[in-house]
Design a protein around this ligand. Structure first.
Ligand SMILES: [Zn+2]
Length: 275
């Protein structure tokens, strides 16, 4: 069973998100996928915002991040509260796959102290505790949102069997989360070096591909409307992934590609999987 939850949102200028967008503020929801597998237990893809985001970004320079992208997330919006509504306790969450470590994807992480954590290669810099606050803030990494035992709880992608996704190109292989081909973790480097997506072939009409922040809006791969150049960190790899998503969209129009902050994509995907 898969459910798509939204844990808080921020606002951002639409024009920054996609060329062709208006100079107006739009809501940017934070997607969390809840997977309840008969053998593998409860797994989350990202943890969204949580109220602690406000305190973790209260001091300088992290405050800059919170000021640029004003966040709304009350206690009832957290993934923790939404799991409680489903009679799920924090200890039920066995594994958390993080698309990347930006604050809007990890703010709920500290609520799940028993879960193993999957992050992509190069995503957690070895010196993240020691490097300057400015450097962390420049990478949208907020140390107070990461667990003290982060490294001990990491589950390497190498421990998950490599399988063919059948998606072709850069997305041809994925790491099998449950050992039954029902959920494959795919690599989508660009927005960040270790960006991870999740391919759920049995969900939706032609499957569901959660792509984190590989793109922010579906018009990136349907109409080539990319974010401002300055917001495409590793431009070459970013654009290579967008080209792959555009190819997939053209070849499989019923495959639902879901960027974490695209309201229209989330609504459409929820129509298939519930939540
Ligand atoms: Zn994000």
């Amino acid at each position: 069973m898969t459910e798509l939850l939204v844990a808080g949102h921020c606002v951002q200028l639409e024009r920054f998100v996609r060329r062709g967008g208006a100079w107006r503020s739009i809501e940017f929801p934070s997607l969390v996928a809840l997977l309840d597998h008969p053998d593998g237990g409860v797994v989350l893809y990202d943890t969204g915002y949580a109220p602690r985001f406000h305190t973790a970004t209260a001091r300088w320079p992290y405050q800059l991040y919170a000021r640029l992208l004003p966040v709304t997330c009350g206690p009832a919006d957290s993934v923790l509260a939404q799991l409680a509504e489903r009679d799920l306790a924090p200890g039920d969450v066995r594994l958390i796959v993080l698309s990347h470590l930006h604050g809007d994807h990890v703010a709920g992480l500290l609520d799940f102290t028993d879960a193993r954590i999957v992050v992509g290669p190069g995503e957690l810099p070895p010196d993240w505790r020691k490097r300057s606050a400015w450097r962390n803030a420049a990478h949208a990494l907020v140390p107070d949102l990461l667990p003290a035992d982060a490294e001990q709880r990491l589950l390497s992608l190498d421990e998950l069997a490599l399988r063919s996704t059948g998606l072709g190109g850069l997305l041809e292989v994925g790491h099998d989360l449950f050992g039954d081909d029902s959920a494959l973790v795919v690599r989508l480097p660009g927005h960040t070096p270790g960006q991870l997506g999740l391919w759920l072939p049995a969900e939706g009409s032609d499957g569901l591909l959660l792509v984190g922040d590989a793109v922010w809006h579906r018009r990136a791969f349907t109409h080539g409307e990319l974010p401002l150049r300055v917001l495409r960190a590793d431009r070459e790899r970013y654009e290579a992934i967008v080209a792959e998503l555009a190819r997939l969209h053209a070849e499989h129009p019923h495959l639902l590609i879901v960027p974490s902050h695209c309201t229209a994509s989330i609504a459409e995907a929820r129509g298939y999987v519930g939540g």
